[in-house]
Design a protein around this ligand. Sequence first.
Ligand SMILES: Cc1cc2nc3c(=O)[nH]c(=O)nc-3n(C[C@H](O)[C@H](O)[C@H](O)COP(=O)(O)OP(=O)(O)OC[C@H]3O[C@@H](n4cnc5c(N)ncnc54)[C@H](O)[C@@H]3O)c2cc1C
Length: 302
Amino acid sequence: MHDLIIIGAGPAGLTAAIYAGRAKLDTLLIAGKTPGGQIYLTYQVENYPGFPDGVTGPELVDRMVSQVKRFGAKIIEEEATKVDFTSDPYKVYIKDEVFETRSVIIATGSRNRLLGLESESRLMGRGVFVCATCDAALYEELRVVAVGGGESALQEALDITKFASEVIIVHRGEAFSAQRYLIDEVEKNKKITTMMRHTVEEIIGDDFVTGVRVRNLETGDIHELQTDGVLIAIGWLPNTQLFRDQLKLTDKGYISADGVKTSKPGIFVAGDLNDTLYRQLATACGSGCKAALEAEWYLGHR
Ligand SMILES: Cc1cc2nc3c(=O)[nH]c(=O)nc-3n(C[C@H](O)[C@H](O)[C@H](O)COP(=O)(O)OP(=O)(O)OC[C@H]3O[C@@H](n4cnc5c(N)ncnc54)[C@H](O)[C@@H]3O)c2cc1C
């Protein structure tokens, strides 16, 4: 029987494990196949406090994992395959093996909806990016293609224009699906051009992005555009499949929660899994900290 099981070892889960271990909770971290989550994929992190010269994603993850180990949480590098939150103690499964616990932090993150191209995954963090707040500054005076036509695609395209010399928005629809003021901002921004009814068929580049191949959906014509970066902004999918029958979810598939507290006592959420707005390393760590403190207080009251 554990005091706490944390599912997911991205920055949120790792931070929660540091706090829980340090509070001497008997903590099991079910880390998935690759601890570190999205940040492990990041070539260079420039906006995390304490690293004035930046730090690579894998180095930051190694440091967080060492800190978790120092405070004693046990780590299993497997995925949780099932949960049962219907009775106390709660149960978390890895295949046939069952682990019992008094409390749970769910920190399974979210994933970007992606185009699904081989070149997209190969060049992720090497010109392909999914977070303008994180990476726009790397494109100072360069050209970026932004794929998508919703609220976040337009907002992120605008953010990129603070740095890039040119942003080309490629959108498969006939119109943007965003608030009018954002569309107006995009339309009057001289650095932005739009290609409606187009899709990206291929991202070109060996080690780093050098271009994209786009298809005109009206005519079928294919062109190549030279570009230094490709922002993929076509939506997010929270990793909540495992919890669908166990916890109340919102209509967008996020777990219903009040801050980090779910509707079930002793079950907390942290990180991008339940963040529809900020999705940053620092905010994920912050909510991992909050969830671990809540778990500690919950167990104390019990
Ligand atoms: C390419 C890229 C670059 C980025 N750059 C920056 C940056 O420079 N600065 C910044 O602030 N933010 C950046 N971000 C955003 C930042 O990485 C995320 O906000 C942060 O990682 C969210 O942390 P998280 O712990 O909530 O989730 P995640 O990082 O998504 O981690 C969740 C973890 O849970 C695991 N998991 C899922 N299901 C299970 C299961 N069933 N069992 C066990 N484990 C499971 C996943 O495999 C994953 O390891 C970047 C994101 C990407 C993709």
